[in-house]
Design a protein around this ligand. Structure first.
Ligand code: FES
Length: 128
């Protein structure tokens, strides 16, 4: 595959693995030649995914592996300084992330499977 080609959708997990407001499924992507962790979770029935990188300081956010939601399971909350994000948009709603937002990764679901969609900037880990 040529460097500028975009890879096809990548299978991430079975739809059933993403339980409503449950533990996230983590995966690796390459962004600008660097390995970056990403995560997918289900919120209000929708599967969403973001890079695991806070908009405040570019560090991983989970409290424990796969645990991103606050105690009430209403928001994604960074474990480092408490930045709060809307789970469906990735937009910062409170805390030190200001007007930042999480970097979204497009997901689709088909036949009980979840796929993530690589872009020119965000590639499958095997492609680099
Ligand atoms: S690193 Fe996430 S709130 Fe500071």
């Amino acid at each position: 595959m040529l460097e500028h080609d975009v890879a096809p959708p990548q299978r991430l997990c079975a739809s059933a693995e993403l339980e409503e407001r449950g533990r996230a499924v983590s995966f690796d992507v390459i962004q600008w030649r660097e390995h970056v962790r990403a995560f997918a979770l289900r919120f209000d029935g929708r599967a969403v995914a973001y890079l695991n990188r806070c908009a405040h300081v570019p560090t991983e956010m989970d409290w424990q592996e796969g645990e991103f939601l606050d105690r009430d399971k209403r928001y994604i909350m960074c474990s480092i300084h408490g930045a709060v994000y809307d789970p469906l948009s990735g937009q910062c709603v409170m805390g030190p992330c200001n007007r930042g937002r999480l970097t979204r990764i497009e997901l689709t679901e088909r036949d009980g499977e979840v796929y993530w969609h690589p872009t020119r900037d965000t590639k499958p880990a095997f492609q680099d």
